[in-house]
Design a binder for this molecule. Structure first.
Ligand code: IMP
Length: 426
């Protein structure tokens, strides 16, 4: 592997957490490179079921160093609570590092996320309301507070007071809302930050020493290509770059050192929040996938929108990421279906699109489907390609053909032992 970027090839929730947990069994380091606690990675292993929001999924392997990378936004209150609950369940978190350059997601970011969404009314974006967008906005306008600022009390206090003063003007002018009390903000964040201080560091030397040694490094992305700030279904996107390119910047690794880009695809499509999703199924068909696949958000518990596999979207993700290989998750969810559809193109006004159009066009397209026979057998016990029914293998093969990248890993259930390599090399 040496450096593998694990990225979502659809709208997020493809099962990256499970895949990183699986890869972390052999990894020396896992680095979360973007996003914050809008993520909800569900991991099931010998210690039980966990929903991680900001801590990298490698945390369950005591030999893996886990880095909350520079490209992330860190809510100290949420992170402190996540660490507390992991420790309470006997997970050793001493291998965690938090980049001093990551940005602090402050209580006022959460407040503004909600106020902005309310103000958008019908045009709301469907964010997770976790403050992610407003925090990245402050980072980009260069008024953010970095994690490392927590190490200098007076600097931290000065920055918070300046920010709160400014936010209070906006709160009054835009939302007629009550002003924030800077002392309370400082107190709340400081109390949580006490738990985080031992982990804060300049991560660059540590990461580069690991690269020099040839350590196996996994770069853990959040969300997927279709929610990328630049390339997703704008404006219904997140505020960072979940692509492999974002991994290089967010982790602090030269792009050419990323030797492996593992795209995670779900056997069908899901999306949370608003924005175009051409293959979305409504009524009983969508309900079936949602129930069978337990498609409810790990962070917000919102029901996920469900639909058939969209090969146009994943091909687009491949163009952006350059997948060296794919991992396909949740194949077992399709087990009972007599027929399975794959979207191979879109049509609109008599025109057929085989590649991704701009978001405003995507909103209006109709999917073009090809139908494959289902396998109607239980695959949850499969542990190799040979264990899969012939029609399931045909389904995988067709996806490979349409995307142009090899599927090397398949999962047929949430447990670690339900993930396997197709060529049995790992
Ligand atoms: P934000 O990242 O909270 O600003 O939300 C922006 C968009 O990304 C919305 O469509 C959210 O539903 C979506 N989103 C953010 N995090 C996740 C996730 O972990 N899974 C699925 N969708 C997400």
């Amino acid at each position: 592997m040496p450096v593998t970027a694990v990225v979502g090839a659809q709208w997020g929730d493809e099962g990256k957490g499970k895949m990183v947990d699986w890869l972390a069994m052999q990894a020396d380091m896992v680095i979360r490179f973007q996003g914050g606690n809008n993520a909800g990675h569900t991991v099931v292993n010998q210690l039980g079921e966990f929903k991680l929001h900001i801590v990298p999924c490698g945390i369950f392997n005591p030999n893996t160093r886990c880095v909350i990378g520079t490209g992330t936004v860190v809510n100290p209150v949420v992170l402190a609570e996540e660490l507390r609950s992991l420790k309470a369940r006997n997970v050793d978190v001493s291998n965690l590092l938090i980049s001093s350059r990551a940005h602090l997601l402050m209580p006022y970011h959460v407040l503004f996320d909600r106020l902005e969404e309310e103000a958008r009314g019908e045009q709301s974006l469907g964010t997770t309301l976790r403050g992610i967008g407003p925090c990245y906005v402050d980072k980009v306008r260069r008024s953010g507070i970095q994690v490392g600022d927590l190490l200098d009390d007076s600097l931290f206090e000065r920055k918070v007071r300046a920010q709160v003063a400014e936010k209070n003007v906006l709160l009054a002018a835009l939302y007629e809302a009550e002003p924030l009390d800077a002392d309370r903000v400082i107190e709340e964040v400081r109390a949580a930050a006490q738990q985080l201080l031992p982990y804060i560091t300049d991560t660059l030397p540590v990461i580069h020493a690991a690269i020099q040694r040839g350590d196996r490094i996994v770069l853990e992305g959040q969300l997927g290509a279709l929610k990328d700030l630049d390339w997703g279904t704008y404006p219904y996107v997140t505020s960072s770059n979940p692509l492999a390119g974002g991994a290089a910047v967010g982790a602090g690794i030269p792009p050419h050192k990323i030797s492996d880009v593992l795209g995670i695809v779900k056997a069908y499509s899901t999306s949370v929040g608003k924005g175009a999703m051409p293959t979305e199924l409504f009524g009983a068909a969508g309900d079936y996938l949602r129930e069978r696949g337990a498609e409810f958000g790990a962070t917000t518990s919102r029901p996920r929108r469900c639909g058939w596999f969209d090969a146009v979207a994943v091909r687009y993700a491949h163009m952006l990421n350059g997948f060296t290989r794919l991992a396909l998750t949740k194949l077992d969810v399709l087990d009972e279906l007599a027929e399975i559809k794959i979207c191979t193109g879109y049509q609109l006004d008599g025109k057929v699109y085989s590649s991704m159009p701009d978001p405003s066009v995507l909103e209006r397209v109709e999917p073009v489907y090809e139908t494959l026979p289902g396998w109607q057998q239980d695959t949850s016990g499969a542990r190799s390609l040979a264990d899969l029914p012939e029609n399931a293998r045909r389904y995988l093969q067709r996806i490979e053909e349409l995307i142009g990248a090899p599927i090397q890993i398949v999962s047929v259930g949430p447990g670690r032992d339900q993930t396997f390599m197709l060529d049995s090399q790992e």
